[in-house]
Design a protein around this ligand. Structure first.
Ligand code: NAP
Ligand code: F7E
Length: 344
């Protein structure tokens, strides 16, 4: 029997990779999309257009509990992956209540919808919650593993901690097959452009082609455990294939600083980052997370999961993709200049 999955946050970085993975495994895949004045489906266009659309999109929002119940009743998924969130840490300081409503209470609304429909139909719905290493925040031990106490440092981290614990609580209270993936930072050419890695690869490639002069960043000394998003969605899927639900850290177990990410990216383009990168305190956060380093031993042992992409390969992949994007931008700019010259 073909399995059905619902992915919230399907238009985001992870949603697009997870949808591809599930489709490759033969799932019927449904995705939740928000209404927006623009399309917002760039990352999944290859899955929704074309001769045979593969991905079924539904309008919905984590702030609309009734809509979630209706949708789950209609789709009757066996697996639900909750990837939707206001996911930007810096933005969560500007929009703390909104972040709590979507990222924290939104998870509760989805769990309630699942519980309602599961009770009515008697069919099990397995649930994945996108928990985050941001919950460790001001870390109390290094590296961080499943048993490390949490100490969130942002409204986002606090909201994710609520989503995490309410998922654990619904598992323990109602016997839901609900698992949390505590994922450390993961990046890709599809990463949003305001997260630091993509901001760096986008700017460095534009600088290389003469489209930009400087790159303004905040704390260059912050250290992160950066993996490839395409590898991490495999871990999400594996969690829901286990007989028993549980929580797992997914990480590379390697640490680099923002400064090292800059060095690596610019040198890949034969440039010295020190000539182009400037610190702008506007990008500092009211409370910073200095270091996040994961220990993914449990996922490696129990799920047989491990990262397939090295740090260097990740940087190469992002630089190559953004160089192509910058070339297209340059070609367009040249064409427009030629058009203006002809018209003058
Ligand atoms: P992302 O690219 O920012 O995607 C977030 C997704 O959530 C988008 O599809 C977005 O829709 C959707 N969304 C936002 N608000 C919503 C709402 N009110 N109702 C329904 N959908 C909403 O994030 P990502 O990097 O793919 O991360 C996926 C999940 O993992 C997030 O929950 C994030 O917090 C968590 N996480 C990420 C990382 C990481 O390093 N990437 C690490 C740990 C945990 P639009 O496209 O319309 O904006
Ligand atoms: O920042 C520093 C910044 O925004 C990383 C989300 O996916 O991962 C992500 O959250 C570090 C921080 O990611 C700039 O201060 C310096 O220390 O790329 P980021 P994040 O905050 O770690 C976690 C695991 C999630 O769950 C989140 O959803 O880089 N930094 N200069 C900067 N960061 C940004 N964004 N922009 C700068 O200019």
């Amino acid at each position: 029997m073909q399995r059905r999955a619902l992915v919230t946050g399907v238009t985001g970085q992870d949603g697009s990779y997870l949808a591809e993975l599930l489709l490759s495994k033969g799932y019927e895949v449904h995705g939740l999309r928000r209404r927006s004045s623009t399309f917002g489906t760039q990352r999944i266009e290859h899955l929704i257009f074309g001769e045979k659309p593969q991905l079924h999109l539904h309008y919905g929002d984590l702030s609309d509990g009734n809509g979630l119940v209706r949708l789950i009743r209609e789709i009757r998924p066996q697996e639900v992956y909750n990837l939707a969130a206001q996911s930007h840490v810096r933005v969560s300081f500007d929009q703390p209540a909104y972040t709590a409503d979507v990222t924290a209470v939104g998870t509760l609304r989805l769990l309630e919808a699942i519980r309602d429909v599961q009770d009515d139909t008697g069919e099990q719905i397995r649930f994945y919650q996108a928990s985050s290493s941001e919950m460790y925040g001001k870390v109390v031990e290094t590296p961080q593993k499943e048993t490390t106490p949490f100490y969130p440092r942002s409204p986002y981290g606090v909201a994710k901690l609520y989503g995490h614990w309410i998922t654990v609580n619904y598992r323990e209270s109602y016997g839901l097959h609900a698992s949390c993936g505590i994922l450390f930072n993961h990046e890709s050419p599809r990463r949003g452009e305001t997260f630091v890695t993509r901001k760096i690869t986008r700017a460095a490639t534009r600088i290389k082609l003469g489209l930009q002069e400087k790159l303004y960043l905040g704390n260059l000394d912050a250290q992160r455990d950066w993996g490839f998003a395409g590898d991490y969605v495999e871990g999400m899927w594996r969690m829901l294939q286990q007989d028993k639900p549980d929580d797992y850290v997914i990480a590379t177990n390697e640490l680099y600083s923002v400064r090292e990410f800059c060095e690596k990216t610019f040198s890949r383009l034969d440039l010295d980052y020190q000539d182009f990168v400037e610190v702008d305190p506007r990008y500092y956060r009211p409370a910073e997370v200095d270091l996040l380093l994961g220990d993914s031993t449990k996922a490696r042992k129990r799920l047989g999961w491990k990262p397939q992409t090295s740090f260097d390969q990740l940087v190469d992949m992002m630089v190559e993709s953004d160089l192509e994007l910058a070339s297209q931008e340059k070609a367009l700019a040249n064409r427009d200049t030629a058009r203006v010259r002809r018209a003058a």
